[in-house]
Structure formats: structure tokens, C-alpha cells
Design a binder for this molecule. Sequence first.
Ligand code: SAM
Length: 250
Amino acid sequence: MLGQNTNKLYKFPQNWIKQHVGHIDINVRQKWNILWPTLSKIENKNIQVLDAGCGIGEWTLELSKRKSQWNITGIDLNQACIATAQKNRSRLNATSCQFQSADFLAYKPQRRFDLILSISSLHYLWERNKQHELFTKITEWLVDGGTLIALIPRTASEAPDLEEASVLPKHSIASQEEIMNICQVHHLKVKTLEACINKKAMKAKNMYATKKGMNRIIGLPKMLALSNPRNLIVNNDKEPTYAWLLIAQK
Ligand SMILES: C[S@@+](CC[C@H](N)C(=O)[O-])C[C@H]1O[C@@H](n2cnc3c(N)ncnc32)[C@H](O)[C@@H]1O
């Protein structure tokens, strides 16, 4: 679970919970359960990896500890996030990763990447109708045969609105057809396109986002109740799902 290696960055009781129970945001837990089975199978050898839209670098840092041979670069538009990521990198002595503040559309890496991971970050440009510029970049960044693994929000028609989601910005981005189409236009072969992230996760995400300080601790039992293993993996269309897992190869 995310937090196994990065729990040291937090104070008690968060560090203890992250180490023993895992991340308390069920949304993040679902993301981990969706992505880790694929990521864990990729060999721990010297490959170039990009975490596009890395935020404060939690995934970059966790992966750099688990896959010590990967050379991981985390980029993000938000300079404050990158400053925190860099501080956390020093605290964890995570020497096989680095962070850089950059806008996707302006980013010019010195080397191409074998793997690009983008967790809930591509939709911001998609919302501004810049998805083709973004995918042009992604294909430029990838080596031939390289892989893109991304989580992208589903359209509102595919993912029914949640009342609880009203406190957070809603993203209604990509239908199955749009993703297939953009991959085809940019010569990416779709290997997996799976619906994931269920209603429980959306509820938990909102709960986590709105609870601050003591309220977050008081809300903890509720959040842990949501972490019932039955709620952790959803990758079919039997119940509403809110994101796409895309795995595509150049
Ligand atoms: C929802 S956060 C996800 C962070 C991280 N991937 C995670 O899962 O913890 C989305 C991130 O994408 C970044 N982002 C949005 N648009 C971007 C752009 N044009 N270029 C680079 N980063 C961008 C935001 O600054 C934000 O940190």
C-alpha cells in the first residue's frame, strides 16, 4: 500500500496508520490496488520512468523505494508541491528519483521514458481542450515500445454524479470512445481500458478533503469502515465507476 515507505514523513498517528493499515483515503487505496499489480510486475532494472503530475511526490517516492533500479522523474506545474517533494526526497534519502517543476506542454526531458505514469493528472489539460497537444507530448517523451499508465476521470454520463462530490471540483472528461480515439490518433496501442474507482472511494475522497485537524481523526473510524476489502477493487461496470485505467504502448 502507498505509505509503506513514505509513512516516515508523517507524525504520529498518521505515520503509524500509514505503516500498519495503509493510506486512510480509500480513493488512494483503490488507486494503489488498481495500479500496483501492473507496476509490481515491471522488472526492477534501470529504466527511465516519468511520474507526470506527481503532486507532492508520494507515488514517486514510494515507487523509488520499491523499485530501487528505476530512475524516476516527477514533474508538476505546482512549485509548492515540487518544493515539498524535494524536501521529502531528502528526508527519505531517495536518490534514484528527482523532481522538477514543469508544465506538461512546456516540458522537454533530456532523455525519453520507458514508462510514463500519470495518476489523475492528465484531465486538467483535457478540460481546457488541450488533450491532443498533451498526447503529442506524451508520445514524444516515450521510447518506441514504451508504456503509458494513466488514471483519467470518466464522463458524467458514464459516472453518475454524487451529491457528496459537490465539495470537490467535478471532472467529466473522457469517454471510452474518446480515449480509444486519442490513442489511435497518436499511435498508442491500447492494452487495457478498465473502469475503476467506485462510489465508496468518491465518498471517502470527499470526507478526506473536507475534514481538517481533529475532525479528520474523528472521521477516521468511518473512513476505515469504508476500507472494507469488498470496497477496495472495482474494475467492472456492475456498479458506478468514476475513472479509467488506461495502459497503452507506443
Ligand atoms: C489530483 S493531483 C494528483 C497528484 C498525484 N499524481 C497523486 O496522485 O497524488 C493532479 C496534479 O496534476 C498537476 N497538474 C495539473 N495540470 C498540470 C500541467 N499542465 N502540467 C503539470 N502538472 C499539472 C497538478 O498541479 C496536481 O499536482
